[in-house]
Design a protein. Sequence first.
Length: 323
Amino acid sequence: MRPVSYERARTVGQAARMSASAGAMPIAGGTNLLDLSKLEVETPSRLVDIRQIDALRGVRETTEGEVRIGALVSNAELAAHPVIRARYPLLSRAILAGASGQIRNMASTGGNLLQRTRCVQFYDTSSACNKRQPGSGCGALHGANRMNAIVGGSEHCIAVHPSDMAVAMRVLDAVVEIQGADGAVRHVPIGAFYRLPGDTPQNETVVRQGDIITAVLLPPAPPGQQFYRKVRDRASYAFALVSVGAVVAVEDGRFSTVRFGFGGIAPKPWRVEAAEASLKGRAVSREAVRDACDMALSGAIGRGDNDFKIPLAHHTLAAVLAV
Ligand SMILES: Cc1cc2nc3c(=O)[nH]c(=O)nc-3n(C[C@H](O)[C@H](O)[C@H](O)COP(=O)(O)OP(=O)(O)OC[C@H]3O[C@@H](n4cnc5c(N)ncnc54)[C@H](O)[C@@H]3O)c2cc1C
Ligand code: SF4
């Protein structure tokens, strides 16, 4: 059996310093980290429990008009928060489309953004997986890949990011606040937070050893109706095959504001701003929507089991945009 030490941090600075050594990992709700540790996919030697840190709690409006969400705010609390429900219903709906009530009670905002892929070979330590063991190959490229990516992947990895919340955050242009082990705080737009796999699929985000996510900041939402549509194998308690989050406003029969992002099809929440821009000012029509879908999904490649995701992503986006 591998020895694992466990400590509680009382402040963000303490948590960051404790997490700075190789093998140390922060733990919040534990709903992903403990599962992965039991399977020896993750092998932390030191667990730094951050759940006692009050500075990571709470949802509050700032004087700049943003909403600040503490990294420890549970998925359940965030989805039910009156400000989120009133101003960012897309985020509430995305969270409620994920996991189960029990898991949402435990799962935290920071942990949700950093949850690992559900690629089956990643979870199976007897399979080749460049993300789990760099250089070992990718068992999904020519193996079971029904849940895997159709855009954004590489010949080294075609995993998808499984978070529903992250799709909503991406559409809402959230900013992730991170404190490093040296005490420095940086703000990373969520569009720059996730990395594409390229030839280093083990590097999934800009988070470094010793970094603690402290909060997520939401700017005021753009005008328009907000949507989150998730297509999955069961009505609940299943990860997305394809999901679409969107904010859409129509004036005089023409699109005025359009933002949309996909989940379940790429290694990160997939947003193509040029496709959104192509709709601005166009009359709402099947042709306009089809053109935007084509642009958003250009270059999509199926790898066998996941071929169905290409038409499914088109249809799901078209259904959302048929406002
Ligand atoms: C059965 C099941 C079904 C699920 N279905 C869905 C679903 O449909 N949609 C969906 O989006 N999610 C789903 N999830 C995933 C779930 O939402 C995540 O497991 C959860 O959000 C992770 O949060 P956590 O606080 O438990 O993270 P943890 O497991 O504690 O941590 C996850 C990772 O984040 C790191 N971490 C945590 N907090 C911080 C921080 N503040 N700073 C730096 N690092 C940090 C940890 O070191 C670890 O690497 C499901 C999970 C399960 C078990
Ligand atoms: S797709 Fe990525 S996570 Fe899945 S087996 Fe290949 S390298 Fe591993």
